[in-house]
Design a protein around this ligand. Structure first.
Ligand code: FO1
Length: 334
């Protein structure tokens, strides 16, 4: 690994899903190993959230909290290690809720705690900070908005659109994204505002990072919150992204099904240009070594690109990815 970038004061990360949480864990491990005292703020997608059995479930906030804090089930990247499903089994016997979406017993405590505080009138951002206190998490974790904005999937097919519309989690978990999506709609986004601290963390950042989260339903959803994309376009901080696509296939999940829905080719190059064309953001782009020719082409189109190993197999790799992204940001700042 080459030299270390100079320490910076503030890094802001936009994240969703398992990939974003794992990258953020690598970033924190890298900063720790390099002895940098950097404030990290993570803006997390809440479009996957839903009310289920009367509790508020926030999959991406919980994946981030469990991954950075304690006890994420590593084999899944979501949910708790050593989880049990006693309550879920009982709920199935009542034939209520989503029988294809298991709320583990430990995980349920998180949703009960969150729901209790939401019912007491706390905004989601304050609830999130309160839940993170338990796990002694270094970065500030912010929901993208305190409003309930949920991603719905209008699936391809005939007949009225509302009969072809399901919550993202149903499309993602029950249907495994096997039914083509016509479009994604974030309910409530028009009346939403960025959560307190979100825009400020973008404006005052020295570096902004876009981890290899799903570019459509994670990063794209965050960028759809009023003010966030324009804050990213205006910030003095270089915005450096890490490709979620390696060698033409999605690293995790079904990013390719999401990209198809918005007419973007499943390639590292196409995703970079999508961020530029659709949101007017992105200054640097990391692609996997296997996509090194793309690196040349993307750089030629004015987006500083580097090819480095992006397969997040372990903490060492994610640390190295974080180091590379900070080095690229340093190059962009000069
Ligand atoms: N994913 C699944 O594939 N099956 C599940 O039953 C499931 C339950 C679940 C419960 C709480 C939670 O926070 C996440 C859960 N997930 C499950 C993962 C979830 O679909 C993903 O974490 C995100 O939506 C992807 O970003």
């Amino acid at each position: 690994m080459k030299h270390h970038p100079a320490p910076v004061s503030r890094v802001t990360v936009l994240s969703g899903g398992v990939g974003g949480a794992r990258f953020t864990r690598g970033l924190l491990a890298y900063l720790e190993s390099a002895g940098h005292r950097t404030d990290v703020t993570v803006i997390v997608n809440t479009g996957d959230d839903m009310w289920l059995h009367g509790v508020r479930v926030c999959p991406d906030l919980d994946t981030m909290m469990y991954t950075l804090g304690e006890g994420v089930e590593e084999s899944q990247g979501w949910g708790r290690a050593g989880e049990t499903a006693t309550v879920a089994t009982e709920l199935r016997r009542y034939q209520l809720g989503w029988d294809w979406f298991t709320l583990g017993d430990r995980d349920l405590a998180t949703h009960l705690a969150r729901t209790e505080l939401l019912r007491a009138g706390w905004p989601l951002s304050r609830v999130t900070a309160r839940l993170c206190e338990r796990c002694d998490i270094a970065p500030t974790i912010l929901p993208m908005t305190d409003h309930e904005v949920e991603t719905m999937v209008v699936m391809a097919g005939d007949g009225p659109a509302d009969l072809r519309t399901v919550h993202f989690e149903e499309w993602w978990v029950r249907l495994r994204a096997a039914v083509p999506a016509e479009r994604f709609v974030q309910t409530g986004v028009a009346h939403s505002v960025a959560a307190p601290g979100v825009l400020e963390s973008i404006q005052s950042a020295d570096v902004v990072l876009l981890p290899p989260s799903n570019p459509v339903v994670s990063i794209g959803t965050i960028l759809g919150i009023p003010g966030i994309a324009s804050a990213l376009a205006a910030t003095a901080a270089p915005v450096v992204g890490i490709s979620p696509i390696i060698g033409g296939s999605a690293v995790r999940g079904m990013a390719d099904a999401c990209l198809q829905a918005i007419g973007v080719e499943t390639s590292a190059e196409a995703v970079a240009h999508h961020y530029r064309a659709a949101f007017g953001i992105l200054d640097g782009w990391l692609v996997d070594s296997i996509d090194h020719e793309a690196a040349g082409r993307v750089t030629a189109r004015g987006l500083l690109t580097k090819a480095v190993p992006l397969w997040m197999s372990d903490l060492t790799t994610t640390q190295a990815m974080a180091q590379e992204s900070l080095l690229l940001a340093e190059e962009l700042r000069h």
